[in-house]
Every structure is written in C-alpha cells, then in structure tokens.
Ligand binder design. Structure first.
Ligand SMILES: CC(C)(COP(=O)(O)OP(=O)(O)OC[C@H]1O[C@@H](n2cnc3c(N)ncnc32)[C@H](O)[C@@H]1OP(=O)(O)O)[C@@H](O)C(=O)NCCC(=O)NCCS
Length: 351
C-alpha cells in the first residue's frame, strides 16, 4: 500500500477496463516518438481490442509494447473537509487500471468480426443492427477494410484509493461530509467507500433499526431484488419487470435497506427538480420486516437525500398508508377531491 492506494485483484482490474467508456493506449512510433491515443475498447479473450483506419497512425504501433489505462473518479475531496486552512488534505478518490502488452494486429476476419461485435454490444447495447458476421455480404468488405488491434493484458495492475488508509472514525466523518455536500455522485461514492472499508462505523444519517443497514445509493446490482419486492404492489399492477427496473435506475434518488445477510429488504425512490418539487415512489419493505421501523428509516433517508432535501414540495400517492406518511408531515392535498379506492395524493411542504 502506498499513500492509501490499494491493489485490486486481476478480475476487478479487468472488469474496470472492460466497463471503461474509453481507454488510453500509450506506445511509441518506429522513430521512438511517444504516442498516446484514446480509444473505444472492448475486452475480448483477455485482450483490450479496438479499431482504426487501415492507413492511419495506429498501424505504426503494431508489434510495439503498449500501456493501456483507464480510471474512474469516485469523489473529489476538498481540503476543508479535514482542515479549515491547510490545502494539503485535498485529494481524489478513484479506481484505476493499467495493463501492459504488445500490440497485435487482428487479421482473421472471424476474430475481427468478434471484436467489432463486442464493441457494438458495449457501445450500442440496445441492438438495432444485424450481428457482425465475417461471411455476411453486409459486412465482408467493411471487415476486410478495417484495422483491428488488440493488446493482450499480459500484466495488469488495478488500484483503488477509497480512503482505506484513514482511521475508521475519520472515514465515518468523511461519509457525513459527502452526504452533507450532496453532489450528484456523492451518495454512490459513500456506498463505494463503505463497500471498500466494511469496518467504517455507520454514520448517524445511515443508522437503521432491526439489524438492517441503510444504503443511500442503490444501483444495477440491486435492481432485480428491488423489482422482486415491488412487483406485486397494487400500484404496479400491469407494469412489466423491465419498466420497473428502468424506473428504479432512472431515479436520481434511490435508497434502501439490507438485512444482516446483505439482502435488499426495503427500497424507495424519488425524482426531483431539487428545488420546487420532488415525487416519491415505490416505497416497499419486505413483509417479514414490517412494523420494525425500517419503512420510517428509509423514508427519512429519502427525504434527506441530496436530490430531494431542497425540494419545497414532496409529493406521493397512496391508497392506504396516509397515517404512515403523516408522521413525516405529509398531508392529503386539500385542493383535490377525496377519491375512494384510488391513490390519493399527499404532499409535504417545507421551509
Ligand atoms: C408502508 C410501509 C412502507 C411501512 O414500512 P414499515 O417498515 O412497516 O414501517 P415502520 O415500521 O417504520 O412504521 C410502521 C408504522 O406504520 C404504520 N403503517 C404501515 N403501513 C401502513 C399502512 N398501509 N397504513 C397505515 N399505517 C401503516 C404501522 O401501523 C406502524 O404504525 P405504529 O408505529 O404506530 O405501530 C410497509 O408497510 C410496506 O412496505 N407496505 C406495503 C407497501 C406500501 O404500502 N407502500 C407504501 C405505498 S405508498
């Protein structure tokens, strides 16, 4: 470990390169001039592969050693989080990977098609094209005419700087500062830090009842579990699993709770303009954990979420949980007529 930088294992480092929107490839030309290119790359058979024009600069680097790198910024940490005067503590939390190998030209049309198909799947996952096939008249000429290069990841180093070197109490304070700051990536950064450093004490804003742990940012790995919880709800009748998944992933505030085994047992989300109005949706606690305060904790966390906390009016619709929401200050909208057996709108007005 150097200055709080931790090494990732090979699988994690490869996964980072595989999901990177772009990778940087550094090499030298035949004249020994340094050359750096940013490319769209896909991980294929243990190599990072990319394409170019057959007569371009990239042809010069075939057979030469190269370094491939990518990075993900997790959060910028200003100095004043730790020291009111000295600039020195300013830092950046990140993940990065760097790999070395010798650049190969891929000539076999079927392997070229495989690389191009991998690039299409990564950058155009929605489809809308005929799969790349070297024998197809649609692609034969194009595949023959394109340069495809690959750098086998002979050596790969992944690093993560996620405050692992800080004392647990100091890390908990950092989480509280990130929550208070509330930039769009901060809730996800909080969860990344907690995952990297499980010994971090739970900060007050994440304290949860019933042996559960609150999560201030859920993500793609939680989506199936959240949809399982929400699928049968009365307000989701007729809504497909795909639509429910997209709604969770598309919400700027999505929080939840996990049980002691790490299973998602509560979920809640909101959309918001951050200033005038926010709407809460899909609040659900697993039936076996209801009545223990988990729902209240999740709703409080959502109302305090950086995307929601600045909204003057927070709305929701409910058929039967009015008394539950009243404890947070929600009131039935007086300007709307009461409608039996359909959801009524409630609103919390602050400020
Ligand atoms: C509503 C829900 C999120 C509350 O979660 P929870 O973890 O059970 O809530 P808490 O333990 O924090 O609070 C429980 C309190 O809320 C009340 N409550 C829960 N559901 C209620 C409902 N549908 N109507 C009225 N009160 C309700 C309980 O009576 C209890 O009151 P008490 O503390 O005075 O005994 C949960 O019951 C749930 O998932 N229900 C099904 C989905 C749902 O209705 N979601 C809300 C739709 S808008």
């Amino acid at each position: 470990m150097r200055r709080g930088i931790f090494r990732m294992d090979r699988a994690e480092a490869e996964a980072l390169i595989a999901r990177a929107p772009v990778v940087h490839v550094a090499s030298t030309t035949a004249e020994g001039e340094p050359l750096l290119r940013t490319v769209h790359g896909a991980l294929v058979r243990g190599a990072i592969a990319f394409h170019g024009a057959p007569a371009g600069e990239k042809t010069e680097i075939v057979g030469r050693p190269a370094v491939v790198s990518c990075e993900e910024i997790v959060a910028s940490i200003p100095s004043y989080f730790t020291d009111p005067e000295r600039a020195c503590p300013a830092t950046t939390l990140y993940r990065s990977a760097q790999a070395r190998g010798v650049i190969e030209r891929v000539d076999d049309p079927e392997r070229k098609a495989e690389v191009l198909e991998a690039l299409m799947r990564k950058y155009q996952p929605e489809g809308g094209y005929a799969p790349l096939d070297a024998a197809s008249p649609l692609y034969r000429k194009a595949i023959a005419g394109i340069l495809v290069l690959a750098v086998p990841l002979e050596r790969i180093d992944g690093k993560a700087k996620l405050a692992q070197n800080r004392a647990p109490e100091e890390r908990a304070r950092l989480l509280a500062r990130l929550w208070e700051r509330g930039l769009p990536g901060d809730p996800a950064a909080i969860e990344a830090l907690r995952a990297a450093c499980p010994d971090t004490p739970v900060p007050a804003f994440l304290s949860a009842p019933a042996g559960c742990a609150l999560a201030c940012a859920l993500g793609p790995r939680d989506v199936d579990a959240a949809v399982d919880l929400l699928e049968g709800a009365y307000w989701n009748q007729g809504v497909s699993r795909g639509a429910l998944a997209r709604a969770q992933l598309g919400s700027p505030a999505w929080v939840g709770a996990r049980d002691g085994a790490g299973r998602l047992v509560a979920t809640a989300r909101a959309i918001s303009d951050g200033s005038k109005r926010a709407w809460m949706f899909d609040v659900m606690v697993a039936p076996s954990l209801r009545g223990l305060g988990v729902g209240e904790a999740v709703v409080r966390l959502l109302l305090d979420h950086p995307a929601v906390r600045g909204a003057l009016h927070v709305h929701l619709g409910t058929q039967d949980a009015h008394t539950f929401y009243a404890r947070f200050g929600f009131q039935r909208r007086a300007d709307l007529p009461p409608r039996p057996f359909v959801s009524t709108e409630m609103v919390l007005t602050r400020g």
